[in-house]
Write a protein that binds this ligand. Structure first.
Ligand code: BGC
Length: 722
């Protein structure tokens, strides 16, 4: 088994959506789904742009898909040869995770198409494709190559006022509907043959049609260079797109590919986990690291990563807590500049969070549950559609999942704890933590008749139980956020002037005193036989099995949560909640406490979210049960190798890649199996290797140094890299 290659033979249209995700090529600026060159919207072909959003009419706002700038269509002797529409003798496609190169080979009988393409890691605007035709019969071929404007959108269309230009590069210009953001795609071509006739076609895009008589045994190759730019990049996107693709053409395909491969090598150098002992696990880890790295915003300094990465428009391209809790750990330990970008996105979108809090009548910062550009809330009040009535279901994620602000504060604090770098706190991070704390202050429910403080009417990570009181995860995260606000004074003890000015600027004096008073009064959860109650009254709910609940479903796509969901009245939960809390605070709970909770909650967890298994795996390592962690690790790490995961929430399609699992796989390997933990500013190891692994090796960055972690069944060591 090659540990770097995902390969598939044969073609089944039913797999087109999943394969588009599994074979994704991306570079943080855009994602090109893993469909072949001739595919169109029906095969879910798309180039999804990072950070460019649009709303069409009253539909959901979502990221914009660019024109299909690497589109080829072939016909031979008058017959169109297109995968899925024409019978192929064989088809094979593969993705090289090491270098982000997608290859296909399709034998149509008289002609075989083979190509390799990439979305450049060296130039974020560039995509390139080397497309080769081998003929096994004489005849006439027509190759249409250019930019397609038949765009797959879930809630579109988003691009209007198309303008087409020919020249040394083909060019398509358009603008988004809502904000009139200009988007341009350019493409130029280097064929290695003279065409007898080259025509320009402007139909659903702009194409060059190369016509030529060929003979059996002929081979023709075309190198295509495409570029996408938008007005958000600055400058004229059309000029830039043209310049990027012409420059690439001048350098040639091989040189561009080499630059792209070198860029990937530099990424692996920073973060590659080498796992010995289990080939499938090694492949899955490479896949996970590939998927998370290929969507990281390397071209921007304050951009975050959507929950489905750049694999399409699902989940509205929005930024969730996934960013801080699941993506952030790998980056902060290996590529802190990316971790900074994720957090700067939150610093930059603080005004959106202040506005959202004010809209609900609170003070401070209440971050969007599904954050789009500027911190705009993408989560609607009706985020699920009922499969029976087809009516939207009122959901409360937007209003009640208040742990989001504390998750952001947690990551900001971790960034400082892990890197020792205060600059991010000084550049707005401290302000964010203080405003988040202020939000909780105004959200707290104090009582006249008791000293305790509740957080009522919330949703914890387990979304199936809505509007609960004192969710253990939420309360503890809030406490940590408040403590982190207070801790800022110690962190800036050597700069009291700066910190006091900040407090004055935020008019924080009263709040500071209130926070100090609030912290010890936040309600602690009930504990029964060592098990932390997920929220007030959880233990009183029906205690049944997952199978019982599953048997009550009338439709497999039914939503389990909400008012009428099958899980709501039971103890069955969607995803790690108390266990997530224990995974995030490994030092606060004893192994015995974690063990009792693991035993209780695991059988009651549906793992209906791809965020769940990794938290259970981390907790399993903590209690010395790497055997129990192993299947959860494989489930997490293999998700985008196998193309699994939930595809529906009610009637809403939620398929795509799973960056949270990808980040989760890194967490299990590094923080779970190797037991990496920062203690007093130094990395330490507490290994829990499962028997399947004979060696685990990975680089990290800590305190400005590059270190290599190595763990074997005999123990672990950390040494400095030169
Ligand atoms: C999960 C959330 C998660 C979101 C995006 C939902 O299904 O319950 O916790 O943030 O998906 O990944």
């Amino acid at each position: 088994m090659n540990q770097w290659i995902l390969e598939k033979t044969g073609f089944d249209p039913a797999d087109a959506a999943a394969d588009g995700n599994r074979f994704l090529c991306a570079n943080g600026y855009m994602g090109l789904r893993g469909a072949v060159e001739e595919a169109g919207p029906a095969q879910f072909s798309a180039i999804t742009l990072a950070g460019v959003y649009d709303q069409y009419q009253d539909r959901w706002r979502e990221p914009v898909n660019a024109p299909g700038a690497l589109h080829f269509r072939l016909s031979f002797n008058g017959q169109a040869l297109a995968l899925g529409r024409t019978e192929a003798l064989s088809h094979r496609q593969r993705l090289d995770y090491r270098h982000g190169v997608f290859q296909r080979e399709t034998d149509f009988g008289p002609v075989t198409i083979s190509s390799r393409r990439f979305v450049s890691m060296a130039d974020c605007h560039l995509l390139a494709d080397q497309y080769e035709l081998r003929f096994r019969a004489d005849g006439e071929m027509t190759l249409l190559a250019g930019i397609s404007t038949a765009i797959w959108d879930i809630n579109g269309p988003h691009l209007f006022d198309f303008d087409y230009q020919a020249g040394n590069a083909l060019l398509v210009r358009a603008a988004t509907g809502e904000k009139r953001i200009a988007v341009a795609a350019a493409q130029c071509m280097t064929p290695d043959f003279e065409a007898e006739e080259t025509l320009l076609q402007r139909e659903q895009g702009i194409f060059r049609a190369y016509k030529r008589r060929v003979k059996k045994g002929d081979t023709l190759t075309v190198s295509a260079f495409a570029a996408i730019c938008t007005a958000l990049d600055g400058g004229d996107p059309a000029d830039s797109a043209r310049a990027h693709c012409l420059q690439a053409q001048a350098r040639g395909f091989d040189a561009c590919l080499q630059a792209h491969r070198d860029a990937w090598e530099r990424i692996w150098d920073r973060c590659e986990i080498t796992l010995e002992g289990d080939e499938a696990a090694a492949l899955a880890l490479h896949a996970s690291q590939y998927h998370l790295n290929c969507i990281a915003p390397r071209h921007a300094d304050s951009l975050s990563i959507p929950a489905r990465g750049l694999s399409g428009q699902t989940y509205k391209g929005a930024i969730f807590w996934d960013s801080e809790i699941f993506f952030f750990p790998m980056f902060v330990h290996t590529q802190p500049e990316i971790a900074r970008s994720l957090l700067r996105y939150r610093i930059k979108t603080l005004p959106g969070a202040l506005k959202k809090a004010a809209e609900y009548g609170y003070r401070g910062a209440f971050y969007a549950w599904e954050s789009q550009e500027g911190g705009t809330e993408g989560c609607t009040n009706f985020n699920v559609v009922d499969v029976f009535t087809h009516r939207p279901v009122r959901t409360y994620f937007r209003d009640k999942q208040i742990h989001i602000s504390a998750d952001i504060a947690y990551a900001l604090r971790s960034y400082y704890d892990i890197t020792g770098d205060r600059s991010l706190l000084m550049a707005g991070g401290a302000r964010v933590i203080l405003e988040c704390a202020r939000f909780y202050l105004s959200r707290a429910n104090a009582h006249l008749d008791s000293d305790g403080v509740d957080f009522a009417d919330v949703i914890g990570p387990d979304e199936y139980h809505e509007r609960v009181k004192n969710n253990a995860f939420t309360n503890r995260m809030i406490l940590y956020c408040l403590e982190s606000a207070l801790r800022m004074r110690e962190i800036f003890a050597d700069q009291p002037g700066w910190f006091d000015r900040l407090l004055r600027e935020l008019d924080y004096e009263k709040d500071w005193a209130l926070i100090r008073d609030l912290c010890p009064r936040i309600r602690e959860p009930r504990v029964r036989d060592g098990v932390v109650e997920q929220f007030d009254g959880y233990f009183d709910l029906e205690d049944c099995t997952l199978d019982d609940v599953r048997a009550r479903l009338c439709d497999p796509r039914e939503y389990w949560g909400g008012d009428h969901g099958v899980a709501g009245t039971t103890q069955i939960i969607k995803q790690a909640d108390v266990i997530a809390l224990m995974a995030l605070f490994p030092d606060r709970f004893s192994p015995e406490e974690v063990a009792a909770n693991w035993r209780y909650y695991e059988p009651r967890t549906e793992h209906g979210s791809s965020l769940s298994a990794c938290m259970y795996a981390l907790a399993a390592c903590r209690i010395g049960r790497p055997d129990a962690a192993w299947p959860l690790f494989m489930k997490t790490a293999q998700i985008d190798v196998l193309g699994g995961g939930k595809q529906w929430a009610g009637e809403i399609y939620i398929g795509g890649t799973h960056p949270a699992s990808n980040g989760g796989a890194w967490m299990i390997a590094a923080l779970g199996f190797a037991g990496l933990r920062m203690q007093n500013g130094y990395p330490t190891l507490h290994p829990h290797l499962p028997p399947q692994i004979t060696r685990l090796r990975f680089p990290i960055t800590a305190g400005g140094k590059r270190l290599l972690v190595e763990v074997t069944p005999d123990g672990g060591e950390i040494r400095e890299l030169g």
